[in-house]
Structure formats: structure tokens, C-alpha cells
Design a protein around this ligand. Structure first.
Ligand code: CU
Length: 158
């Protein structure tokens, strides 16, 4: 039961393009701008909101993505709206194969990370903040010692 709850909590649904949905975008950076503000992890779901027979979702290798070709498609989804689960980490590329839609910007490239963002960002930070704290403490101690030394020296002279 707990495992099911945790699994459900770890899954994030990413609605591609937000309210704009999956269509010919108003400008060709819409989907890249959208993707830049998302953290994709294995197990997350991509939601493509589109009308069947007006668009599709074709997963392609990078070379095909670059030239908007569905020739080497690894996965094609014809029915909208579509939910695609991200099963693997790495870079993934999606295009629409209808007409010139892809050339007009209906294409998406994402990077899927292995771990959830919370566990990966917490780990390195304590290590990096430790050493400066130690150095500061040592420097303060050294300054205090030299002050004591100067004072005791002055006392001896007087
Ligand atoms: Cu399209």
C-alpha cells in the first residue's frame, strides 16, 4: 500500500505545451521553452493534448528530429489526447508527422533523469557548504589566538 502511494507520488504528469497543447505553436520555441521549465524523471508521464487525425506524436532519433523526418520512428501515437510514460532516462525526441507541422515548430526534445529531482539536489549541497564553514572557523580561531598573543605581549611590556 505504501509502495503504491510512493509510486503515485513520484509520477509527475507533464502536459506538453501547457494550455497551448500539442499543435502548430505560435512561435517555434514554445515547446523548448516549456521543456526547459520541467524536470523529467523516469516514471513521469507526458500528456499530449491533440485531436486525432489532426496531429500525431512520433518518437524519433535526434537526427530525424533535426530534419523533421518520421522515417526512423521508434514509436508512433495516432490517438489524442495521448499519455506516454517515460520508461528510460536519456534524451528523447518527439515530432508531429502531419504536413509541415514539425518544421513550423511542433517538435519536442526532452532530457529524462534517472532519479527524482529531490534526491539528486540534496546530496551534493552539504559537502560543498562544509569546507567553507571549517575554513571560517579556523580563520576566526587564528585571529582570536593572535589577538590574545598581542594582548599578553603588551601586558608583559607594561
Ligand atoms: Cu501536427
Amino acid at each position: 500500500m505504501l509502495a503504491i502511494l510512493q509510486l503515485a507520488e513520484a509520477q509527475t504528469q507533464h502536459v506538453v505545451g501547457g494550455t497551448e497543447g500539442w499543435k502548430i505553436p505560435s512561435n517555434d520555441s514554445v515547446y523548448q521553452d516549456w521543456a526547459n521549465n520541467q524536470n523529467f524523471s523516469v516514471g513521469d508521464i507526458l500528456v499530449f493534448n491533440f485531436v486525432t487525425n489532426q496531429h500525431d506524436v512520433v518518437e524519433v532519433p535526434k537526427d530525424s528530429y533535426d530534419i523533421c523526418s518520421p522515417e526512423f520512428a521508434t514509436n508512433t501515437t495516432m490517438k489524442g489526447p495521448a499519455k506516454l510514460t517515460l520508461n528510460n532516462s536519456g534524451q528523447f525526441y518527439y515530432i508531429c508527422s502531419f504536413g509541415t507541422h514539425c518544421i513550423q515548430g511542433q517538435k519536442l526534445a526532452i532530457i529524462v533523469s534517472n532519479s527524482s529531482s529531490s534526491s539528486s539536489s540534496v546530496a551534493p549541497s552539504p559537502q560543498s557548504s562544509w569546507s567553507p564553514a571549517v575554513i571560517t572557523t579556523t580563520a576566526t580561531a587564528a585571529a582570536t589566538f593572535s589577538l590574545i598573543f598581542i594582548f599578553s605581549f603588551m601586558v608583559v611590556i607594561l
